[in-house]
Design a protein around this ligand. Structure first.
Ligand code: ADP
Ligand code: MG
Length: 561
C-alpha cells in the first residue's frame, strides 16, 4: 500500500508561507495605496502634520514624507518599497518625498483595475516606462534656466525655490525670512560639497524670528574650568590655534611604569610632569594664538594659565565643529604642539562669546575662506525646533540643487497637469492597449493638484476641470493651484517654483517603484528569517513545535520594537 503512494516533493521548509498570482499582486497594490493614504494629507502648503510617538515616549511632529515613512516602521514587504523610494528621494534631492510616495501609490491604484481584468503586468510595466520617459523629456523641455543671471537676481530666484519648499512646513509663516537665510548660507559655502559645512544649532526659547545666520561657525560654549571667567571673550582678527591634544596635568604613571630606588627622586618625577604641561602651554602662547581650541580636554591649570595671558580657550569641542572652524578660518588641526608655524593658525574677523537665549555661544564670524555657515535656530518647543531643522534641511538641499542644475519648473501642480495633458495627447498617437495604460499614467499624475486642493479644502473636481481646460489652451502650461484664492493661477508669476530635478527624480523613482511592485507575483515567507532573532534564544530552550511557534511570536515582537 505504502509503495503505491507518490513520493511528496518537498521544496520549501515546513511552515513556509507562499502566496502568489493575481490576488497577491492586488494585495500588494492595496498595501501601497494604504501607505500613500497615510502621507496624502501632508502634501502642500495647507498639508497637515503628523504626530508620531513610539513606545519610548519620543514624539515627532513632521510634515516631511521621508521622516514620516521612516518612523512608521512599515512591515509589509511590498509597502516597504515606498519607504525606500521616499528615503532615496530625500538623500538624492532632499525634497519631494511626499510627492514620490503619492505618485507611486497612484500609479499602482490606476494599474489595479487592469491587473484585476487579467492584463499581464509586463504590458503595464512597459507602458509605464515609456510614459515616464516621455514625461521626463517634457519636463526638460518646459524647465526654464536661471543660468546667466547676476548674483543678486539668482539669489532672488533661489529664495523663491526655498520659499516654495518651506511653505508646506511648520515654519511656512516665516518662509521669506528663512528662505533668505538658507540662500545666504548655501551661497556662503560656495562649491563645498560637504553639507555639514552648514551647521544648524538649536537653542530652545525665543521667537523663530530671533534665529540668525552666522557667516562662519558657532557652537555652544563647552565645559570650562575655573579661571575661565577671567579670559577675554572678544577678539578682533585673532589667531586661532586648533588642537587635538589634551592640555591637562597628567600623572605619567598612567602612561609609563616608573621605578624609583630613592624616595627623594619622587619630586623630580612630579616636576617633570609639571614641566611637560608648562612646556606645552608655553608653546601655545608662543604661537601667538589668541584663541585655543581643542577636541580634547583643556584642564584647570591650562585655563588659568591662558587667562593670565589674555588668551581664550575651549576644550572638548565637538569634532564636527572643530572641522568647521578649521575649514572656515583656514587653520589646520594640530596633533602636536611642537613647531607650530604661522600657516596652521586660523583667523577670522571677529571671535566672540555671546549669550543666545539662555546659552553661551562661541561665534567665529567674518571667516576668510567662507565655506561654512551656521544657522542658529530659535523657537519654542523642542519638537518645533526639530521640525524646523528638518524643513531647513529640505530648503538647503533644494537651493543647492537649483544652484547646481539651475533649471526650475512651475509648482502647485502646474507641471503635473502639463505632463498629464501631454501624455494624453501622446497616447492618442499610440495604437493598441498601451494607449489605455499611458492614459492611466497621465491620470495618476493629476493626484498632485487634486491633493493640493483637497488639503486646502477646495473643490478638487471643479479645480481640475479648470486646470484641464486652461492647459488645453496654448500658454496654459504654468497654471497651477492658487492656494491663497482657491482658483487657478500662473505658478511662475506667483513664484511657486520647484527645481526640475525634484520632479524628474520623483517621477523616475515613483515609476520604478510601481514597476517593481507590479513585477512581483509571488511572495515567499521563510519561517527561518521571520524568527531569526528569536531563534538564538530558542536554541537554548531546544525543541520545535509549540516552542518554536511561541518564539516566532516573540521574534516578531522584538523586530517591531
Ligand atoms: P514634498 O514632501 O513632496 O515636498 P510638500 O508638502 O513639500 O511635499 O508639498 C510640495 C507640493 O506643494 C509641491 O507640488 C509644490 O508645488 C506645492 N506647493 C508648495 N508651495 C505652494 C504654493 N504656495 N502654492 C501652491 N502649491 C505649492
Ligand atoms: Mg517639500
Amino acid at each position: 500500500m505504502a509503495s503505491m503512494m507518490q513520493p511528496q516533493i518537498i521544496l520549501l521548509k515546513e511552515g513556509t508561507d507562499t502566496s502568489q498570482g493575481k490576488a497577491q499582486l492586488v494585495s500588494n497594490i492595496n498595501a501601497c495605496t494604504a501607505v500613500a493614504d497615510v502621507v496624502r494629507t501632508t502634501l502642500g502648503p495647507r498639508g497637515m502634520d503628523k504626530l508620531i510617538h513610539d513606545d519610548k515616549g519620543n514624539v515627532t511632529i513632521s510634515n516631511d514624507g521621508a521622516t514620516i515613512m521612516k518612523l512608521l516602521d512599515i512591515v509589509h514587504p511590498a509597502a516597504k518599497i515606498l519607504v525606500d523610494i521616499a528615503k532615496s528621494q530625500d538623500s538624492e534631492v532632499g525634497d519631494g518625498t511626499t510627492t514620490v510616495v503619492l505618485l507611486a501609490g497612484e500609479f499602482l491604484k490606476e494599474a489595479k483595475p487592469f491587473v484585476e481584468d487579467g492584463v499581464h503586468p509586463q504590458n503595464l510595466i512597459r507602458s509605464y516606462r515609456t510614459a515616464s520617459y516621455l514625461a521626463i523629456e517634457r519636463i526638460k523641455q518646459l524647465a526654464s534656466s536661471i543660468e546667466g543671471k547676476s548674483l543678486e537676481e539668482k539669489k532672488e530666484l533661489l529664495a523663491n525655490c526655498a520659499a516654495t519648499t518651506l511653505s508646506s512646513k511648520l515654519i511656512g509663516g516665516e518662509k521669506e525670512f528663512f528662505a533668505k537665510m538658507v540662500v545666504d548660507a548655501v551661497i556662503a559655502i560656495g562649491d563645498e560639497d560637504r553639507l555639514n559645512m552648514i551647521g544648524i544649532k538649536k537653542v530652545s526659547g525665543g521667537n523663530m524670528r530671533d534665529s540668525f545666520l552666522v557667516n562662519g561657525v558657532a557652537f555652544k560654549k563647552t565645559f570650562s574650568y575655573a579661571g575661565f571667567e577671567q579670559q577675554p571673550k572678544k577678539f578682533l582678527n585673532p589667531k586661532i590655534l586648533i588642537l587635538n591634544i589634551e592640555l591637562e596635568l597628567k600623572s605619567e604613571k598612567e602612561n609609563a611604569e616608573i621605578r624609583l630606588s630613592d624616595p627623594s627622586q619622587y619630586q623630580s618625577i612630579v616636576d617633570a610632569e609639571w614641566n611637560i604641561i608648562y612646556d606645552k602651554l608655553d608653546k601655545c602662547v608662543q604661537s601667538g594664538a589668541k584663541v585655543v581650541l581643542s577636541r580634547l580636554a583643556i584642564g584647570d591649570l591650562a585655563t588659568q594659565y591662558f587667562a593670565d595671558r589674555d588668551i581664550f580657550c575651549a576644550g572638548r569641542v565637538a569634532e564636527e565643529d572643530l572641522q568647521r572652524v578649521a575649514a572656515a578660518t583656514g587653520g589646520t588641526v594640530q596633533t602636536s604642539i611642537n613647531d607650530v608655524i604661522d600657516e596652521v593658525l586660523g583667523t577670522c574677523e571677529c571671535f566672540e562669546e555671546k549669550q543666545v537665549g539662555n546659552e553661551r555661544f562661541n561665534i567665529f564670524s567674518g571667516c576668510p575662506s567662507g565655506r561654512t555657515a551656521t544657522i542658529v535656530l530659535r523657537g519654542g518647543a523642542d519638537q518645533f525646533i526639530e521640525e524646523a531643522e528638518r524643513s531647513l534641511h529640505d530648503a538647503i538641499m533644494i537651493v543647492r540643487r537649483a544652484l547646481k542644475n539651475s533649471t526650475v519648473v512651475p509648482g502647485g501642480g502646474a507641471i503635473d497637469m502639463e505632463i498629464s495633458r501631454y501624455l494624453r495627447d501622446k497616447a492618442r498617437e499610440i495604437a493598441g492597449r498601451s494607449q489605455f495604460f499611458i492614459n492611466s499614467y497621465a491620470k495618476a499624475l493629476e493626484v498632485i493638484p487634486r491633493q493640493l486642493c483637497d488639503n486646502a479644502g477646495f473643490d478638487a473636481t471643479d479645480m481640475l476641470n479648470k486646470l484641464r481646460q486652461k492647459h488645453s489652451t496654448g500658454g496654459g502650461a504654468p497654471y497651477g493651484v492658487d492656494i491663497n484664492t482657491g482658483g487657478i493661477a500662473d505658478s511662475y508669476a506667483n513664484f511657486v517654483w520647484e527645481p526640475a530635478v525634484v520632479k524628474i527624480n520623483a517621477i523616475n523613482a515613483a515609476t520604478e517603484a510601481a514597476c517593481l511592485v507590479l513585477s512581483v507575483d509571488e511572495t515567499v515567507k521563510n519561517p527561518k528569517s521571520e524568527s531569526a532573532q528569536g531563534d538564538a534564544a530558542a536554541g537554548a530552550m531546544g525543541g520545535r513545535g509549540r516552542g518554536g511557534a511561541a518564539f516566532r511570536g516573540r521574534g516578531r515582537g522584538m523586530r517591531r520594537r
